[in-house]
Design a protein around this ligand. Sequence first.
Ligand code: DGL
Length: 265
Amino acid sequence: MRLGLFDSGVGGISVLKKVIELCPNNEFLYLADTARLPYGVKTTNEIEKIAEEISFWFSNQNIDALLVACNTTNAIALDVIKKNSNVPVFDLIVSAASTINESRVGVLATPSTVKTKAYTNAILEFKPKTYVIEQPCPELVPMIEMDNINSDEITDVAIKYLQPLLEQRIHSLILGCSHYPLITPFFTRVLPSGVKLIDPAEALSLKLKLFIDSKTSNFLKRKNLVDSKFYVTSNPRKFSIKAKHWLNVFPEVKLVSLQKKGCVS
Ligand code: DGL
């Protein structure tokens, strides 16, 4: 199958890697809207417009399903994406919320995601008695995008954001921005052992696998179709260098315009 996924930058690579683990024999089209990164401090109107442009772009890419690898767009504009997509759409937030079993849950996310309370609302739909506390983390995405990830500074920042959640004695922690699973070792280092770490991409991948299994013939499943294509809205070289950090290879990255159909170079 040909699967589209998108994020503002490198964050969606954490989703891509999880999906490839569970659903390897597929072709992936990864779009990073690097020209407008970060999304996490943008307004509802801005994110809705972005969501419309991205779903329009993907509607011309002949994909079989679209994966929303960005929590901010997921929280604010999932309805816009679904309305403008001609294929099934898989999201992170409801997928993760449906798997939550703990009664006290912490969420780390971008300021725009936290403002919507999308995680709280989705979790309460499934388990109304759950206590959910959400923490905005404005500094993390810029640090991860700058590849500033081995510094003491990022550990200090992670501790600062986790502190209020730990004071509320959470039993699980949702990484509610796809950039954060890229720095999982920093979270596991500072989290008490009793707190379960949740990457929403796992729940998304499970749902996607069921969909793929129901649609794909055994013949196709056996074929090795692993293939990923990367597109950005600015500076392909810079994205390729950054992506190598997470993928171990320099991906070929093409520049696209979301205002026009297809590639511009
Ligand atoms: N990685 C995205 C998310 O999951 C967007 C982060 C950003 O651009 O601020 O929210």
